[in-house]
Design a binder for this molecule. Structure first.
Ligand SMILES: [Zn+2]
Length: 568
């Protein structure tokens, strides 16, 4: 960071200082300064070398939280006294409640099955998996997502049904859905109906924003260092460039973590095809004559596509009064015909604009020339309506790259639009949820049912490269250990701790945060426990950069496939 030793630091008023960096306690709750001034005397007594107590120091304040628990406010110290004062009553309740902590599987949730050579077979349910395990025909292969391996079966001896994987990429969350789609032909009419069953639902939580903030902090630190009054550094050549197809790290991360999930699911289930929601709307599906009224809201596929298209084209705004359809003070937006239908106006997209309810009613059956008196605005509305929205503008870089990477897997990929997803969702009465959106991606008529649990997969990273922690002026404060592994554990490992006696007696399962001392922190889906000695711990599953948590999935609100409308 700085060439000055911390002990001989210049007074902060003398030299131009960089902007204040992130606060140190936010990085390492419970860890004080190098001199240990922030640490209470009771906690300090047991520590020989404060400042190197922390492990890899994954951020817990404002950053993705391991185990999905609420973050402890920055600077809060681990209170050992509180845990010691736990009464006998608390102890017994904790022991009895501890089996409930393992929320990683639920009844009826899917269990992935591998054959004896670790190749994927058809997933099964919990009940059958329990039987197979009890009879000794299978062993547990992986805890999360729960996977068993059959000892007496190979792929060649099994019947496999092709499964599909739906992907609904988003900036913060990506929905994933492993499902089975079946086509049934009606003998009398020859009509083909596609039905889909959701076998596994997942939601991937990205940490793009976290990566962005870390990079901004690094840039600020470097900028501050450049302007500091240090030894002369010759200017470097401007010979640096980005390679073709470069994406910002926060965007690249979204592509990479999604592909990681796809690849891992491929190794757990017989996935035969992929479906990706690639664009918000499909311009080819919009050309349907004779759409009117409610159909734009909840009717045909073409109506939904047009609505999504217009929302994107006019940025969720009324063209007449600029009232917005999103955020605070939003108003409902209608679709308005520039030349009204009554006067021979068509349903072509170039004749459609967005209008708030008030403007739409005030305009009535008048044409835009009669309604808008402001000549400038009138010309602008007409020009905007005529301009086609380029598809490329609606697709962002992330989705394009993801599409290319999915293509490279060699599996058939179906490109779908967000308009179709919404249409499928509304007419099947499927609630709005990231993972259920993934279930609705692509061409489908009826969505029969889906599993009752969603697996939350949260990107938490594998630590950071930075070994020196700095104070808020950019001066080195302490050094992290070079090793990631301490006593056989790495931060992020899923462990089981069995504590036989003492105030913390009980059985705990969760992610571990390692320390260079022997006492680790354990994060369960509901609590965090500090100061657990590593000799009580056994590894259930190695850390893989993600934390997992199961939650109940949303269930259908309307009658199943009530108002079905066939695609136009
Ligand atoms: Zn308006």
């Amino acid at each position: 960071m700085s060439t000055l030793h911390t002990g001989a630091r210049t007074h902060r008023r003398v030299l131009p200082q960089p902007a204040a960096l992130e606060s140190v306690p936010a990085d390492n709750p419970g860890v004080g300064t190098k001199r240990g001034t922030d640490i209470p005397r009771t906690a300090q007594a047991g520590r020989r070398d404060t400042g190197v107590q922390h492990g890899r120091g994954e951020t817990t304040g404002g950053a993705p939280v391991p185990g999905g628990v609420a973050a402890v406010p920055a600077g809060r110290k681990p209170s050992s006294t509180k845990q010691h004062s736990a009464t006998q009553q608390n102890r017994t309740t904790r022991i009895t409640s501890s089996p409930k902590q393992s929320r990683f599987t639920a009844d009826n949730a899917v269990v992935f099955v591998l054959d004896r050579h670790k190749r994927p077979l058809m997933p099964t349910d919990c009940k059958r998996a329990k039987k197979l395990l009890a009879r000794g025909r299978a062993v547990v292969h992986r805890k999360v997502p729960f996977t068993i391996r059959l000892k007496d079966r190979t792929v060649d001896q099994s019947m496999l049904e092709p499964l599909g994987l739906g992907i609904d990429p988003g900036s913060q969350h990506t929905g994933l859905s492993l499902d089975k789609t079946v086509e049934a032909v009606d003998e009398s009419t020859g009509e083909v109906t596609t039905t889909r069953t959701g076998l596994w639902l997942g939601q991937l939580d990205h940490r793009g924003q976290h990566i962005h903030l870390r990079l901004v902090a690094r840039a600020q630190r470097r900028r501050g260092r450049r302007g500091r009054n240090l030894r002369h550094r010759a200017a470097r050549n401007r010979n640096r460039s980005v390679r073709v197809g470069w994406l910002p790290p926060s965007v690249q991360h979204r592509v990479d973590s999604t592909m990681t999930c796809v690849t891992r699911l491929q190794s757990l289930a017989p996935i035969a095809s992929l479906r990706l929601e690639r664009v918000s709307f499909d311009t080819h599906a919009m050309t349907a004559p004779g759409i009117s009224g409610l159909e734009y809201q909840q009717g045909t596929l073409a109506g939904t596509e047009i609505r999504e298209y217009l929302l994107a084209k006019f940025c969720h705004r009324c063209v007449y009064c600029d009232a917005t359809g999103v955020g605070t003070g939003s108003v409902p937006l209608n679709i308005d015909h520039l030349l009204p239908r009554a006067r021979g106006g068509t349903n072509r997209v170039s004749n459609l604009v967005l209008a708030c309810v008030r403007c739409n009613q005030a305009k009535g059956a008048r044409s835009v020339d009669a309604f808008v008196t402001d000549g400038v605005r009138r010309a602008r509305i007409k020009a905007e309506a005529k301009t086609p929205l380029r598809d490329a503008a609606a697709m962002n870089a992330c989705r394009n790259r993801l599409a290319a990477e999915l293509d490279a897997t060699g599996l058939p990929v179906e490109w779908a639009s967000g308009g179709r997803t919404k249409w499928n969702r509304v007419r099947n009465g499927v609630p709005k949820d990231h993972s259920l959106d993934a279930l609705c991606v692509g061409a489908v008529d009826v969505i029969v049912r889906w599993v009752p649990t969603v697996l939350h997969i949260q990107c938490v990273g594998r630590g950071r490269y930075q070994r020196v922690t700095t104070d808020r002026f950019g001066f080195p404060r302490s050094h992290r250990p070079r090793r990631k592994q301490h006593y056989g554990f790495i931060t992020g490992d899923l462990v089981k701790a069995v504590i036989p006696t003492g105030p913390k007696a009980g059985v705990y399962r969760g992610r571990v945060i390692v320390r260079s001392t022997r006492t680790f922190r354990l994060v369960t889906p509901t609590h965090r426990y500090d100061g657990i000695n590593c000799r009580y711990m056994t590894t259930m599953q190695r850390g893989d950069g993600y934390s997992y948590k199961a939650r109940p999935s949303l269930q259908r609100r309307l009658a199943p496939h009530g108002d079905q409308t066939k695609a136009a």
